[in-house]
Write a protein of this length. Structure first.
Length: 171
C-alpha cells in the first residue's frame, strides 16, 4: 500500500470520528435530587443519621414543651401525616419539636407518617397533589381518615398549643 493511500485512509478515519453531521444522543429529562436529602416515607431513624442528626438531635434536646398544654393534648384516635424537607429550615426546626411532644404524650410512632419531599415540592408527586402541599413542614391531623386540622410551616403559638386548639375544635 502506498504511503499516500495510508494518509488518505487515516484522514477519512479522523474525519469520520468527528463528523459535524453527527447528532448528540438525546437525553431524557431527569430530576436531580441532592443525594443528601431524603425523599418519600421516612422515620425518626432516618433523621437520626448524619447529616440530619446534627439539627435533629440538637432541636430535640433543646426543646422544652409547654407541660400544661401537653397534659391536655389527647391524640387518641388521631393519625398524623407530616410533609417535610430535610433541606428546609422550618422543617429542621419543627420536626424535632414534634417528635419531642409525641414522645412526651406516648404517641405511637406507627400512627405518624412522615413524607420527605424535594425542594421543588414535586416529588413524591402523588402524595403532594393528594394533600395539596405547598409549604413544609405541613402537619395534618386525621380522624377516621378525615382531616381535622393542619399546621403549615410554623405554628401560630407553639406546636403543642396549636395541636390542642385543633383537637378542641373537633370535640
Amino acid at each position: 500500500m502506498k504511503i499516500s493511500n495510508i494518509f488518505f485512509f487515516a484522514f477519512l478515519l479522523f474525519c469520520s470520528c468527528d463528523s459535524p453531521n453527527q447528532q448528540p444522543p438525546v437525553e431524557e429529562p431527569t430530576m436531580v435530587i441532592d443525594s443528601s436529602d431524603l425523599l418519600g416515607p421516612i422515620s425518626r431513624i432516618d433523621l437520626q443519621q448524619a447529616p440530619f442528626n446534627e439539627w435533629f438531635e440538637s432541636g430535640y434536646q433543646s426543646y422544652l414543651p409547654d407541660s400544661a398544654a401537653i397534659s391536655n393534648v389527647d391524640l387518641n384516635g388521631v393519625k398524623i401525616m407530616t410533609f417535610m424537607g430535610t433541606w428546609c429550615s422550618d422543617s429542621q426546626r419543627e420536626m424535632p419539636h414534634l417528635y419531642k411532644i409525641l414522645d412526651e404524650i406516648n404517641y405511637p410512632e406507627n400512627k405518624l407518617d412522615v413524607i420527605a419531599i424535594d425542594e421543588d415540592k414535586a416529588q413524591p408527586e402523588e402524595e403532594i397533589r393528594k394533600w395539596s402541599i405547598e409549604y413544609v413542614p405541613t402537619i395534618i391531623l386525621l380522624k377516621n381518615e378525615i382531616e381535622v386540622g393542619r399546621i403549615v410551616e410554623a405554628p401560630a403559638e407553639t406546636l403543642e398549643k396549636d395541636l390542642l386548639q385543633m383537637l378542641e375544635k373537633e370535640d
